[in-house]
Write a protein that binds this ligand. Structure first.
Ligand SMILES: Cc1cc2nc3c(=O)[nH]c(=O)nc-3n(C[C@H](O)[C@H](O)[C@H](O)COP(=O)(O)OP(=O)(O)OC[C@H]3O[C@@H](n4cnc5c(N)ncnc54)[C@H](O)[C@@H]3O)c2cc1C
Length: 623
């Protein structure tokens, strides 16, 4: 197929673009991935790490739906850790430090091996439109080339009108060393897309041989690392350590004295940055009472000479960065190889998108990733995957794939985006998912692989693995239920079984079961299955209640609100809710409940009023 007649064009080769292009190609379509630099496909713009709280769940879900992020991470990871292990399994999240170059290499190898996927180097400056009603019909490149397509997916990250800031110096660019994409930004604005400015930043990279590790805290990987992908059996690569240190009061003094040179504080940047990932300047101002802030020095690869200085993201001038870096513990002789900087960029308000990530008023055009106001590789990849699948399904004339909030973190992410329009870069957390006890990282395959299979996005190998896992866990559950706890004294009640051990965390979990019944070891059930079984039993009560809530929610979701409804008539409804609901006029209670500023209590009051009104109408009709 020629380069200028494709099924799908994906603009951007970052984490969203990669998953979008791969997903559409896996569904059998011809896909062009157009990107500014072919050699930068899969590049990690900031921290070379995948996962973390909430993000690890997203990465596991992407994998369960057939995406690539987990496989690339397993191949390129240099340190794997499960976070939150002192807490319940529902909020435990995997994280992997990656070899930055290795990640790109593996991603590009997978692109090269994927049938139907072609990489085109170039800058997209405009979109093509055709038909009545009009549909997006392809892209125009800066050199005049055109690529026709039935769907276009924009995943341009931080490149739309990107400006890089170091001190008071600004240069146009999408990230260090790469030009931005101003012309496409102008095209989108001309089409009427609602856009706004955001910013994010990155810390300096240090020479690995210039810091004193002996005064730092070593952070090792897990002894038994858990792979990200459900297709990976074991991680055999050696793991390397990260190092923890801190800033000092001298660091704060230097930052404080130079705040007038920081673009945010000098009024040079208007866009909002991620609150949960503040720059060192922000930390010094916002947490003035703290004398030290943690820094995690993370190697950028097995052979890399670079350390990523996690925790001191900054856009102060290089000379000031050099000064403050050398006041941090163990960094007295540190050399900065690459300065930290901030990037300010344009994003498109995601309220203009449908849940398929197709633009509401622009059929055939999809948006995914940081362009939609998110931050992070996993959030970008999750949207890319869904946009790629939905673009392909639409072309094939099939029903879209939209995940509910109770089905996946990906459902939470997209719902949050399209309903409440982030005012700062959106990052996933476990606390955003109200059904998080059901949405664990360990059961992402059991929750989602069948859904992927139904739209043709899984593989025979994935399906087989999930089936085997579900079967093995069911058989073990039945076995444990039939085995009384050996030696436990009876107190008149029914005998407790080995399965009952999972119901109380203090009873010792699956390790205790194997201690009491070592013969079960011979069955060879892997640790991840033991952990999932244990969590299923432990959370069974919650799961039942949440399921009932979800089912009630489904009815509530569809309860219609008349378009003429007067919200002031609802007794007790808060002023903010009245204002928001009157302005937004949601069609259903479900949509009302997702509006920012409308609380579950408001929804309960609204529901009662609607039910009473429906009863009054029914009674009047009977007369
Ligand atoms: C300086 C910096 C600091 C960051 N800090 C953090 C952080 O602290 N925490 C965090 O979670 N995330 C951070 N990020 C964000 C993280 O890197 C992104 O969220 C993630 O990479 C977004 O993925 P994406 O696929 O949406 O876009 P990107 O990875 O940015 O990829 C965009 C792609 O689009 C291509 N492209 C753009 N415009 C065009 C065009 N017109 N034509 C053709 N191709 C085009 C580019 O070449 C690139 O391949 C940071 C990013 C940067 C740049």
């Amino acid at each position: 197929m020629s380069e200028n007649a494709m099924d799908v064009v994906v603009v951007g080769g970052g984490h969203a673009g990669l998953e979008a292009a791969a997903a559409a190609a896996r569904l059998g379509l011809q896909v062009a991935l157009v990107t500014l630099q072919a050699a930068a496909v899969g590049r990690m713009s900031c921290n070379p790490a995948i996962g973390g709280i909430g993000k690890g769940q997203l990465a596991r879900e992407i994998d369960a739906l057939g995406g690539w992020m987990g496989l690339i991470t397993d191949a390129a990871g240099i340190q794997f850790r499960m976070l939150n292990t002192s807490k319940g399994r529902a909020v435990q999240s995997p994280r992997a430090q990656c070899d930055r170059k290795g990640y790109e290499r593996v991603a590009q190898e997978m692109v090269a091996a994927q049938a139907g996927l072609t990489v085109v180097e170039g800058e997209v400056v405009d979109l093509l439109w055709a038909g009545a009603p009009r549909r997006c019909a392809g892209v125009v490149l800066a050199d005049g080339r055109q690529i026709a397509a039935q769907a276009v997916i924009l995943t341009t990250g931080t490149f739309l009108n990107g400006v890089l800031h170091t001190g008071l110096t600004t240069i146009p660019g999408g990230r260090a060393g790469e030009a931005g994409a101003a012309r496409l930004g102008a095209s989108l604005r001309a089409l009427g897309f609602p856009t706004a400015s955001m910013k994010t930043g990155t810390p300096p990279r240090l020479a690995a041989d210039s810091v004193d590790y002996t005064v730092m805290l070593e952070q090792q990987g897990d002894a038994q690392p858990l792979p990200f992908s459900f297709l990976t059996d074991a991680l055999l690569q050696p793991q390397i350590s990260c190092w923890q240190t801190t800033t000092t009061t001298k660091t704060q003094d230097i930052v404080r004295e130079n705040l007038h040179l920081a673009p945010m504080y000098a009024g040079r940047i208007e866009g909002k940055g991620p609150r949960y990932c503040p720059s060192l300047e922000d930390k010094v101002v916002r947490f003035a009472e703290r004398h030290a802030h943690n820094i995690f020095l993370e190697p950028e690869g097995y052979d890399s000479e670079l350390l990523y200085a996690n925790g001191i993201s900054t856009s102060l001038p290089l000379a000031v960065q050099q000064q403050f870096v050398r006041t941090c513990v163990g960094m007295e002789n540190a050399r900065i190889v690459q300065a930290g900087y901030a990037v300010e960029y344009t994003h498109v308000a995601p309220r203009c998108l449908l849940r398929t990530l197709e633009a509401r008023d622009f059929p055939g055009l999809y948006l995914a990733g940081q362009i939609c106001g998110t931050s992070g590789y996993e959030e970008a990849a999750a949207q890319g995957l869904m946009a790629g699948l939905n673009a392909a399904l639409a072309i094939q004339g099939k029903a879209p794939l939209v995940l509910g909030r109770h089905q996946a973190y990906i459902g939470v992410l997209i719902d949050d985006l399209v309903v409440s329009d982030p005012s700062e870069p959106y990052r996933m957390f476990t606390s955003r998912a109200e059904h998080r006890l059901l949405l664990r990282q360990d059961n992402a395959d059991i929750r989602l692989t069948a859904i992927a299979a139904a739209v043709g996005a899984s593989s025979a190998e994935r399906d087989r693995r999930v089936e085997n896992r579900v079967l093995a866990m069911a058989q073990m559950r039945a076995r444990l239920e039939s085995m009384a706890i050996p030696g436990e004294p009876q107190h008149g009640g029914p005998k407790r079984t080995l399965l009952d051990i999972f119901k109380r965390p203090q009873d010792g979990g699956w390790q205790k079961v194997l201690e009491l019944a070592p013969q079960l070891q011979a069955l060879g059930m892997p640790q991840r299955d033991w952990e999932s079984l244990e969590a299923d039993v432990m959370y069974a009560g919650y799961a039942k209640r949440q399921q009932a809530w979800v089912e009630r929610g489904a009815a509530r979701e569809e309860t219609l609100i008349p378009s003429s409804f007067v919200y002031q008539q609802v007794r007790g409804l808060g002023a903010e809710a009245v204002h928001t609901l009157t302005a937004s006029r949601p069609a259903t209670l479900g949509a009302a409940g997702r509006l920012a500023g409308v609380t579950p209590a408001d929804i309960a009051l609204l529901e009662i009023t609607l039910v009473k009104a429906a009863r009054r109408i029914a009674a009047a009709e009977e007369l």
